[in-house]
Design a protein around this ligand. Structure first.
Ligand code: HEC
Ligand code: HEC
Ligand code: HEC
Ligand code: HEC
Ligand code: HEC
Length: 457
């Protein structure tokens, strides 16, 4: 690219810089969590475009990451405006979420007291989501543990970073070790709802993980270092932190996140004998449980099916283990849930929606069910009075599932058994009911394995 254009862009960025008002020093010390509501103005924060002229790659990466879309993408807009806001306006107990959702999803709107923010189409600065200047003005957190947007932001000319003595023509920099910690991420990745239930606990799950004990933090997996420059005129460095922030919206991140291996108890069986297979599912890739975060909406499941020598396909049901609450972990097309959606939206006669969406009957679901006050499963994490049995897969742990199959007599010959693990970001019945676009919940194949045994003649 021609240097004149580069220079012009840098100059434009600089002009924006000089236009940016309000130095942090003129304002009171930042507040944390709910106390920060309405304590700032939009104009205290730089727009992402002000950073993009120099931090080109990081800006393009961040635009493609979910945090820049935390207010704008379809499912967020639907859940906030069609469920959370009407609910908050109707029910005293949850009235705080009208502002609170924005503490994490549209932090600039929260700080500016622009509540509720205008819809996405209005193009306000709420749309910036978790922006550059929000994270890079966080100086500390307001308490231990990290929860409910208890970050403290001090906007102004000084950008918080993690290196010493870095020089920029646009801003001052400050080395702030807090940005390197999982606790920083936890300020938004842990959430307690109006009942005091921990409805998001990614950083707390991480704290119990072997990765945490080994000193591997969120940033190591979600913003790994690569050689390059962080700014056009910056120094080349061996370890520039990539702003990928890829998670459950990235097929590559999901690929193999739950590994599966399956084996039969014996390689040869007499016709008519029961057959037992064991599938082992491993979380070898994530530093927290899978699913994590928005566990109320995510579905991770194991499907096993056999194909006999004649080509006939037999879906197999997982064996019951007998733990309390197990019924929520085995797909049942007849089970209904999410009745609170009808109450929130005032839909007369609403019976609920199929609890497990498109998950085939008898498949094992690795999930943490969320229950509303009336004991029904909910996808409204703010309406959660109680959690069920946590049947998700912990980091660097495996879960064994058995399948005891007593088919009517099978034809002699080889039987192939295939195990597949699937992930869907939102239970399909809820997505279809609320008209969430298909790409927000389309099942993603996570892993697959195949084994065989022979039916003797
Ligand atoms: C005029 C160009 C320019 C603009 C505009 C600019 N920066 Fe920078 N920034 C730099 C340069 C150059 C560096 C130093 C890079 C290096 O040497 O590695 C830097 C470094 C940084 C660092 C690293 C500091 C550290 O200690 O690790 C952060 C964080 C940062 N910028 C954030 C921002 C944010 C946020 C914006 C927008 C609000 C922004 N920058 C706008 C040029 C710019
Ligand atoms: C100001 C609040 C805030 C902070 C601080 C924050 N996050 Fe997030 N993060 C969010 C929100 C909100 C989303 C959900 C975006 C959406 O609506 O899909 C999110 C989404 C993500 C995702 C995408 C998950 C997916 O489903 O694809 C990853 C990965 C992530 N954050 C990692 C991090 C890491 C790592 C840190 C710390 C370096 C961090 N976040 C700090 C608010 C925050
Ligand atoms: C060892 C690597 C590793 C570490 C450490 C790690 N993650 Fe992840 N993370 C992953 C992988 C792999 C996935 C994809 C699996 C998934 O979506 O559940 C993921 C997914 C996510 C998701 C989406 C979860 C979902 O199911 O919707 C979020 C949010 C997230 N990570 C945030 C964090 C935060 C915050 C931390 C630190 C407290 C962290 N991660 C630490 C590897 C890691
Ligand atoms: C969710 C919070 C978050 C957002 C949003 C975010 N950053 Fe960062 N950024 C970080 C963290 C954390 C680090 C340091 C990671 C580390 O060193 O462990 C960092 C590092 C940097 C660095 C220094 C990279 C290096 O390795 O030298 C620059 C420059 C930077 N960010 C600029 C930006 C710009 C520009 C944007 C917007 C396009 C942005 N950041 C958005 C959290 C964020
Ligand atoms: C404490 C911070 C925090 C609060 C408060 C919060 N969220 Fe979130 N939200 C997150 C994070 C972090 C994620 C990403 C988790 C993951 O990927 O698993 C997320 C994910 C979501 C998603 C799923 C996005 C997707 O693409 O799959 C929706 C929808 C959502 N939030 C809506 C809301 C609504 C509505 C409220 C208020 C009732 C709210 N959130 C309150 C932090 C928060």
């Amino acid at each position: 690219m021609c240097t004149i254009r580069l220079a012009a862009r840098a100059a434009a960025a600089l002009a924006l810089a000089l236009a940016a008002p309000a130095l942090a020093a003129e304002r009171p010390a930042g507040k944390a969590g709910d106390d920060a509501l309405g304590t700032r103005r939009y104009a205290d924060y730089d727009k992402p475009q002000a950073c993009a002229g120099c931090h080109v790659d990081i800006s393009r990466q961040h635009e493609q990451a979910m945090m820049s879309q935390a207010f704008t993408h379809a499912w967020d807009e639907i859940e906030y405006f069609q469920l959370a806001v009407p609910h908050a306006e109707k029910v005293e107990k949850v009235k705080g979420v009208k502002a609170g959702c924005n503490g994490c999803h549209a932090p600039l709107a929260f700080l500016a007291g622009d509540i509720p923010p205008k819809p996405v189409a209005a193009g306000t600065r709420a749309n910036e989501g978790v922006s550059c200047d929000l994270c890079h003005t966080v100086v500390a957190r307001g308490g231990d543990p990290s929860v409910n947007y208890n970050w403290i932001s001090e906007p102004g000319k000084t950008k918080q970073g993690t290196r010493k003595g870095v020089k920029s023509p646009y801003h001052a920099t400050r080395e702030n070790p807090f940005l390197r910690t999982a606790e920083f991420c936890g300020t938004c990745h842990n959430e307690q709802d109006p009942w005091g239930v921990w409805v998001k606990s990614t950083q707390l799950e991480w704290k119990e993980s072997p990765q945490a004990r080994a000193g591997i933090v969120c940033q190591d997996c979600h913003m790994p270092p690569a050689r390059g420059r962080s700014a056009r005129m910056g120094e080349e460095r061996a370890d520039i932190r990539q702003h990928l922030f890829h998670g459950a919206h990235d097929a590559g991140k999901l690929a193999g996140v739950a590994e599966v291996r399956i084996h039969p108890e014996s390689r040869e069986v007499e016709p008519g004998d029961p057959i037992r297979l064991t599938a082992v599912i491993v979380n070898a890739k994530a530093g927290h449980k899978i699913p994590s975060g928005s566990a109320e909406e995510r579905v991770l499941w194991l499907h096993v099916e056999a194909k006999d020598a004649s080509g006939k396909v037999w879906p197999l049901r997982v064996d019951r283990k007998g733990f309390p609450g197990e019924e929520y972990t085995i797909a049942d097309p007849k089970a209904l849930a999410y009745q609170d959606i009808g109450e929130i939206q005032g839909t007369a006669g609403f019976q609920g929606l199929p609890r497990d969406g498109l998950v085939p009957a008898g498949d094992r679901i690795f999930r943490l069910p969320y229950f509303d006050e009336k004991g029904r499963m909910t996808i409204a994490q703010w309406n959660t009075a109680k959690l069920g049995t946590d049947y998700r897969i912990a980091p660097l742990q495996a879960v064994a599932e058995t399948f005891t199959w007593s088919p009517p007599e099978l034809p002699a010959g080889p039987v192939t058994v295939t195990a597949t693990v699937w992930y869907s970001r939102l239970v399909s019945s809820v997505a279809e009911y609320l008209k969430v676009p298909r790409d927000e919940y389309e099942p993603v194949l996570v892993s697959t394995h195949r084994t065989t045994f022979t039916v003797l003649p």
